[in-house]
Ligand binder design. Structure first.
Ligand code: TXA
Ligand code: MG
Length: 317
């Protein structure tokens, strides 16, 4: 198992040696390595069992670091960057050659973000290189929101997990780039669509695809526990599957269901931020119980509800 602790110096020295470290961010925990070190990047793909066609996000601490590895910042994206970084938004920008091709799966654009977690920002400032960090889970599984989640699945493959507590947002970053000169959302996430549109006007969203190599995070089946997940109207699904052992993920009161460890309320009053924060640990919890299926209530199609529904649908695909 990995060592878990708050030692930023230790994390920095391991990363300087080309090793991988679990790092906290406000969205989910990342599996970090030196973005300029091709061997470290290859190790990340191996540890996660991730296909090489799925590119990685590069994390840095300050906008003034960008010109080291990015060639230009279009105005539309600059507006979003100025408003929402540090924060749960990743931006696709044209890369310089210092970024190894394997980071972007050979594509011209690199995904970049400044995470809003004080320990990881301090760590990034101590390093002479940015960090690539995919979510710290085996490929295709639910992302981790605590150091314990990282340790459960990757602990025997990495030396250290930097303990920054429970993730504040609990959903991966929203991925934005330009398509035909306009802002385009490739993955819904911790930054709300409404927040993006308030800066750049109406944006289009990537439709789910099972084969688009441009954004494998948009794979139809992804973010999935090993149990079957079904998302929709809880009352009717409860009737439909009356002969199975069920676990429930709920957003507001369903008094017909008996409360117990199989019934998890993400937020009793429908607070979508609270719901997002608990979603992935609830999926993990139910995945570990003796049940046949997980039934999840659909969230309203607004704010973080969109990203919650997106993850539930892909967990159920
Ligand atoms: O919140 C997050 O974004 C977390 C934390 C650790 O920062 N990271 C994360 O990374 O979710 P990952 O690797 O699990 O998901 C990143 C997704 C990839 O699946 C891919 O679809 C997309 O970002 N992506 C990365 N680079 C890209 C690129 N150059 N072009 C298009 N999509 C890209
Ligand atoms: Mg991931």
């Amino acid at each position: 198992m990995a060592e878990i602790g708050p030692d930023i110096e230790r994390a920095a020295s391991l990363l300087n040696d080309g090793k991988l470290v679990g790092i906290p961010t406000e969205t989910v925990y990342g599996l970090a390595g030196n973005a300029f070190n091709k061997d470290a990047v290859i190790d990340i793909f191996e540890v996660k069992n991730r296909p090489e066609f799925d590119p990685l996000i590069v994390h840095t601490h300050s906008v003034n670091q960008l010109d080291k590895f990015v060639s230009e910042i279009p105005l539309v994206l600059e507006k979003l960057i100025n408003r929402y970084w540090p924060g749960p938004m990743t931006v696709l920008l044209h890369k310089k050659s210092i970024i190894p091709d394997i980071v972007t799966s050979g594509m011209e654009r690199v995904a970049v973000r400044i995470p809003a977690h004080p320990m990881t920002l301090e760590l990034l400032k101590k390093l002479d290189f940015p960090l690539v960090a995919p979510s710290a889970n085996p490929f295709g599984y639910v992302s981790p929101t605590t150091p314990g989640h990282v340790n459960d699945q990757l602990g025997d493959k990495i030396p250290y997990i930097l303990d920054g507590g429970k993730c504040e947002i609990g959903l991966e970053s929203t991925i934005v780039g330009l398509e035909d000169g306009e802002a385009f959302v490739y993955r819904l996430g911790g930054l709300e669509l409404e927040q993006i549109e308030s800066v750049v006007g109406p944006v289009k969203i990537q439709k789910h695809s099972s084969s688009d190599p441009k954004a494998p995070g948009m794979l139809k089946s992804h973010y999935a526990p090993s149990k079957k997940v079904i998302c929709g109207d809880v009352t009717s699904l409860n009737h439909q599957f009356k002969d199975l052992k069920k676990g429930f993920i709920l957003l507001n009161d369903h008094s017909e269901l008996i409360e117990g460890e199989q019934t998890i309320y993400l937020s009793k009053n429908g607070d979508l931020h609270e719901a997002a924060r608990g979603l992935f640990s609830s999926l993990r919890k139910l995945d570990s119980l003796d049940i046949d299926i997980i039934i999840a209530q659909e969230a309203p199609d607004q704010g973080l509800g969109r990203a919650i529904n997106d993850r539930l649908k892909r967990a159920s695909a």
